[in-house]
Design a protein around this ligand. Sequence first.
Ligand SMILES: Nc1ncnc2c1ncn2[C@@H]1O[C@H](COP(=O)(O)OP(=O)(O)OP(=O)(O)O)[C@@H](O)[C@H]1O
Ligand SMILES: [Mg+2]
Length: 613
Amino acid sequence: MYATTEDVFSLKTVIQSFRNWPKIFRLFWTVQKGYFITILILNILQGLFPVGMLYVTQEIVNAVSRGVSQEGDTVVISFLFFLSFILVKQLVTLIQNYVEGLFQSLLSNRLREMVLDKASTLGLADFENAEVQDQLKRAQQETTYRPYQIFVLLLSIVSGVISLVSTSLFLVFWKWWVVFILVLFPLISFYSYFRLSQQEFYIRWSRAERERKGWYISYLLTHDRAFKEVQIYKLGSYLITHFRDLIKQFFYEDKKIAKSRLKTALVFESLTIAMIGLMSFIAIKAAFLKEILLGNLVSYIQGITLTQTTSQSLMHSLIGLSQHNMFVEQLFVFLDRDSSDPVKQQKVDIPAPQENDPFVFESIEFVNVSFTYPETERPVLQNLSFKIKKGESLAIVGENGSGKTTLVKLLTLLYKDYEGQILINGTDLNVFDLDQIRTKIGVVFQDFMQYEMSIRNNVGFGDLSLLHHDDILYDALEKSGMRSLTEGLPKELDTQLGKWFTEGLQLSGGQWQRIAIARAFLRNADLYILDEPSASLDPLAEKEVFDALNLLTKERMGIFISHRYSSAQYADNIMVLDQGRIVEFGTHTELIRLQQKYARMYNLQASPFVAQS
Ligand SMILES: Nc1ncnc2c1ncn2[C@@H]1O[C@H](COP(=O)(O)OP(=O)(O)OP(=O)(O)O)[C@@H](O)[C@H]1O
Ligand SMILES: [Mg+2]
């Protein structure tokens, strides 16, 4: 978004960043109205305290200096007033801290939730996009505290303005130009500080990708998945060095900014001190010449310091505000992102034809389907045309990278920008409610998930409405050959799987895969897809799974992808993919007769020299 640093500094960018304020305030309002209003009131009170303090001090000093005899009462009264004033101020501060703390937690929880909500609606193409990952990173990083900081700063600006106006009134009656100089002075430093803050923003902004790299390295070093390889290949110190380089870079960038900040502050602070000294000198001189009372001298000197610090902190608040704005903008860039997911993108008002609801897949047909991954050039699938009908199974074979998994991803509606048409029951897929179509597909992806949760969850995730129907869960486990193992466990379905949490049972790769297959089978789907179940299944298990799949697909459809031709041969049809094209399609007997690629590979695998993997 920001190609150069200059983009960040442009006034337009700064002004634009304010457009999120209505959203932010709506958010505050919805998080907790009561707290929100209380915080507002308490802050206005805080703004009035300094001037009250000035007034009370002035009265005490003046009363004392006029002599105790006639003014004794006034001294006592103003002293009591002074005490209760401090008490109230302290009380307000305590309540303020309490309410603000709670409000901040609620707000940051809500924002974290919103970011996760958004992430869960994105499409696969979004997740595979580094730019989107950067946006997510920025959103997550700035989520917890920035919007609240905007609120805090705004409040401090409100109370700052109240203080400034009220304290400067004191001085205006003495010498108006003193106020003028005190207020104007911080404005001179505004530009320098503003530039610094924008530089800081840009540095943080451009860091997202490197921060993700850092996160990735820590992930590799702290999770069991990578641990075995990290240990065996002795990657630890290499990765740590890489990590150190990254954080070193961050440190130097931060140091550079801190240095500039220090320099700027030194210059302006010295000038400020000189200016305050001069003003105070003028006041002292006036008191010395008896032009003003001693109490007034005290309040003028306090007034000078107060006006100066208030106007300076107002300036810093404004700068802080614009910086927070820029960060919060990043949060909303992510939250307002359109999903690339075809299902989420589909207009909700698509009228699902009534007679098709609930409908059953009778056939699925690809008509000249070609596909190129987003932001790549090379087509991965080219002119695929084929048809599967209810009751049929299709095996897809082909070398690594030939496009088998991509085909599955298109079928499961994970990408949308393909050419050609996918027809369901002879009608273009997009005419149907895509969400409904997706629920009619049970799939085990090549990189299926191993949920570090209970068996119940691992299987039940196939159809959440069945999560507590133990019979049906067991039925699915039976089909994938995991029933007896589960029944033998003390906690049965509620056994925790994996090693991340307490009492977890670690399964073998093949067992995990069977659990994933049970998850797909749980779904009352019209189409089942298994992408390389043979990867970790032993030949016997694979045979069992295929038998179960064939049984399941008697009244439905099944697609399985395998590198094992011995399994593929039992499918009703076999598709051979080569570099994204269908090079052969037919039954086992037909393809063997054809004496082409399939026959060659089949014979090769069947030959005694190649171990059946
Ligand atoms: N998300 C992606 N973005 C861009 N290109 C991709 C993506 N996924 C896969 N590809 C490319 O698409 C091609 C086909 O990949 P695909 O995963 O469909 O192959 P496959 O036939 O399933 O292979 P395998 O047998 O190894 O599983 C490959 O050249 C790969 O580089
Ligand atoms: Mg694959």
